[in-house]
Design a protein around this ligand. Structure first.
Ligand code: NAI
Length: 245
């Protein structure tokens, strides 16, 4: 532990597994005090126990749940310094087959969830005159896309617009708002959606010759959460092994 986040109170939404779990672990290594929020209770509880963190079951798309996760963080640690909204779903469906219900669900989790937790954390961060909000975007949507990602791409492009607007509104209170745009990262979610053959083929097309790890992404979150990023707001960092080149 080198203490880059020593005693910072952090809420990681979508922290039970995948990229979110790696963010939580990285933050804990650097001395942060953590709350993990997720819909996956068992994995979330286990992860929280391993990191000496609290777990709250919360569906980020629901206003009451989003607020509860933030309030629990403040009740536990007296403040909320860092908000990570990483919960996201990425069903693969061609636009002609996307039902209105599926469209709404992807927006509810990925985009509305981001707005809901940001809104819930804002009053506390304003009162503290300090806050770091970091949201998981993607290269898919803002930069590239592929068939089957119509709704997903739209949510991630929307998150980038929200990041800029929120950064502008919250800057007077000492709150920065940024995003991370991962490329193809080998997580449980990715393995569930993609065949081994697809993953091999993808790796060979990435300039650095491999898919990213959740830890690769977590390191970029750590940077944006750390004091070194104090003058960065309203922007996104691509973590993609050169895929966009
Ligand atoms: P994952 O599926 O492995 O993990 C996502 C986590 O979010 C899970 O713990 C899940 O239970 C939780 N979650 C889902 N819906 C939720 C809800 N309504 N409320 C609270 N928690 C919820 O996914 P992965 O791959 O780790 O992705 C994490 C984020 O990174 C997502 O926002 C995804 O869009 C984004 N991303 C992932 C990439 C990849 O290649 N894996 C690439 C670019 C972006």
């Amino acid at each position: 532990m080198t203490g880059r986040l020593k005693d910072r109170a952090a809420l990681v939404v979508g922290g039970a597994r995948g990229i979110g779990a790696a963010i939580a672990e990285r933050f804990a290594q650097e001395g942060a005090r953590l709350v993990l929020a997720d819909v996956e209770e068992q994995a979330g509880e286990e992860r929280a126990r391993a990191l000496n963190a609290l777990f709250v079951r919360a569906d980020v798309s629901q206003p009451d749940d989003a607020e509860r996760a933030v309030e629990l963080t403040v009740a536990q640690y007296g403040r909320i310094d860092i908000l990570v909204q990483n919960a996201g779903i990425y069903p693969w469906t061609l636009i002609e087959n996307i039902s209105p219900e599926e469209w709404d669900r992807v927006f509810a989790v990925n985009m509305r969830g981001t707005f809901l937790v940001a809104r819930a954390a804002l009053s506390h961060m304003k009162a503290q005159k300090y806050g770091r909000m970091i949201f998981t975007s993607s290269i898919t949507g803002p930069h590239v896309t592929s068939p089957g990602h119509g709704h997903y791409s739209a949510t991630k492009a929307a998150i980038n617009g929200f990041i800029r607007a929120a950064a502008l509104e919250f800057a007077p209170y000492g709150i920065t708002v940024n995003g991370i745009e991962p490329g193809n990262i080998l997580t449980e979610g990715m393995k569930a959606h993609r065949s081994e053959a697809f993953i091999q083929q993808m790796a060979s097309s990435i300039p650095l010759g491999r898919l990213g790890t959740p830890e690769d992404v977590a390191n970029a979150f750590l940077f944006l959460a750390s004091d070194e990023a104090a003058y960065i707001t309203g922007t996104t960092i691509v973590v993609d092994g050169g895929q966009l080149l």
